[in-house]
Design a protein around this ligand. Structure first.
Ligand code: NDP
Ligand code: 2IT
Length: 455
């Protein structure tokens, strides 16, 4: 992350203090810097924010919990992992946000995700505060019973900090329906309560239809509206590259294809596949959702396409020529070199399914080169929005049809787009800059709710 110049003394001072308080937390600092840069001029127009130390208060998580998770593997060996929950901000509702199981997980990553989640949840218009958690546990190669034992041990610590009106976790990288099910079972056993304490639950015990599809579908609904309004075009007839091949990537592929695009590349952390005829999604679903295999297996199973091993964290996928790029794997997966490769290949839009997938330098490069840039906290908000709809259904003890949920998701994503677009008009760099608007739009509501509730 390169050092930037703030335009206002207040933001510069707050960021210096932030860095002093949070040393060696690069992802967290990157997220905070990006938000401050976007909102500083808006904040300067509202002197009460500085008087009330709103930025200082906003950038301090309400609670940060770290705990030990001990479990035994199938060989009877003891394993020790670290668990986290960051309850970032509860001004507009109970803490809400996913749990990530990945060996890279640490305090910096959980805090960056909690901060981003706070603004994202605000953009959905639903009453949800921001939180995030997870563990450095690596689910890869673990047996089903190992996953269950880990999830039970994790929840045995986490349960005391969460609840349907307090903090409602869900999935993220490495946490899907299976893991949510095991964690829910353990929570229910300990508390003797069948409540909506987690979202992304199975459909037989309170889950919402369309939650599985929601992040990928929502990303495409947001992108489609942005393409229409800003570029006067659509997905129809476009080629698309999508990184990752997990939950978000799979359902972004499905919806982009339904909207008339051809998805030609997907990846995982070992490499990427290119299929110029269009990815056969049933094959990918079988490999990833059923067999829990690698994207490499696609070529043999589909009988077409090419696999490229990529030791460089799957950056190679960004050199594939396409009209639209939807990064759906992880943070900082698109650096300046990848952004340059995409622009050189004529990309017209980059909309983010993953959280913070573009580095600040890449974001700036897209916006300066007139690439429609859909920032993560807006473009991928469909997942948590549908989690919010799952909470509503749990509260009223009813379940809605797929069509009802999908229609609400669509309307929420279109509304988020206009919120970003309108808020970008005054302070954004140009019409391709939806990031400024997303940060201001999300911040406004959280700030007003914080002020109204006093210290
Ligand atoms: P999954 O675990 O289902 O899939 C993650 C995918 O990304 C896998 O293909 C994985 O490859 C790849 N990946 C993960 N880490 C890395 C890495 N360090 N380098 C390269 N590839 C990597 O997770 P999701 O699809 O749920 O999440 C993907 C992104 O979307 C994350 O950034 C998440 O925060 C974000 N997101 C998810 C939401 C949801 O509802 N699930 C909602 C909003 C955002 P491999 O199998 O090799 O690890
Ligand atoms: O990053 C995200 O928005 C998620 N992982 C989804 C969180 C949720 O509570 O559904």
């Amino acid at each position: 992350m390169s050092k930037v110049e703030f335009k206002t003394a207040y933001a510069a001072r707050v960021f210096d203090e932030f860095l002093a308080k949070n040393p060696n937390q690069p992802e967290y600092a990157e997220a905070a810097q990006g938000i401050l840069l976007s909102i500083e001029q808006f904040v300067a127009k509202n002197p009460k924010y500085e008087e009330q130390k709103l930025l200082e208060r906003f950038l301090e998580p309400e609670r940060f919990i770290q705990f030990k998770v001990v479990w035994t593997d199938d060989k009877g060996k003891i394993q020790v992992n670290r668990g986290f929950r960051c309850q970032y901000n509860s001004a507009i509702g109970p803490y809400k946000g996913g749990l990530r199981f990945h060996p890279s997980v640490n305090a910096s990553i959980i805090k960056f995700l909690g901060l981003e989640q706070t603004l994202k949840n605000s953009l959905t218009t639903l009453p949800m505060g921001g939180g995030k958690g997870g563990s450095d546990f690596d689910p890869k190669g673990k047996s089903d019973v190992e996953i269950m034992r880990f999830c039970q041990s994790f929840m045995t610590e986490l349960y005391r900090h969460i609840g349907p009106d307090t903090d409602v976790p869900a999935g993220d990288i490495g946490v899907g329906g299976r893991e949510v099910g095991y964690m829910f079972g353990q929570y229910k056993r300990i508390r003797d309560e069948h409540t909506g304490v987690l979202t992304g639950k199975g459909l037989t015990f309170g889950g919402s239809l369309a939650r599985t599809e929601a992040t990928g579908y929502g990303l495409c609904y947001y992108t489609e509206e942005a393409l229409k309004v800003i570029l006067n075009t659509s997905f129809k007839g476009k080629t698309v590259i999508i990184s990752g091949s997990g939950n978000v990537a799979i359902y972004a592929t499905e919806k982009a294809t339904q909207l008339g695009a051809k998805v030609i590349a997907l990846s995982d952390s070992n490499g990427y596949i290119v299929d110029e005829e269009g990815i056969k999604l049933d094959v990918v679903k079988q490999i990833k959702e059923v067999e829990r295999g690698r994207i490499k297996d696609y070529v043999a199973k589909a009988g077409r396409g090419k696999y490229f091993e990529d030791k460089n964290g799957s950056k190679g996928i960004w050199t594939v020529k396409a009209d639209i790029a939807l990064p759906c794997a992880t943070q900082n997966e698109i650096n300046l070199d990848s952004a340059k490769a995409l622009v050189a290949n004529g990309v017209i839009a980059v909309c983010e399914g993953a959280n913070m997938p573009s580095t600040p330098e890449a974001q700036e490069y897209f916006i300066n080169n007139n690439v429609l840039y859909g920032p993560a906290k807006a473009a991928n908000a469909g997942g948590v929005a549908t989690s919010g709809l799952e909470m509503s259904q749990n509260s009223e003890r009813l379940s809605w049809t797929f069509e009802e949920v999908d229609k609400k998701l669509h309307d929420i994503m279109v509304n988020i787009f206009y919120n970003c677009y309108e808020n970008s008009k005054e302070f954004g760099k140009n019409k391709y800059d939806l990031m400024t608007g997303a940060n201001i739009g999300g911040f406004k509501k959280v700030a007003e709710a914080m002020l109204a509730q006093g210290l």
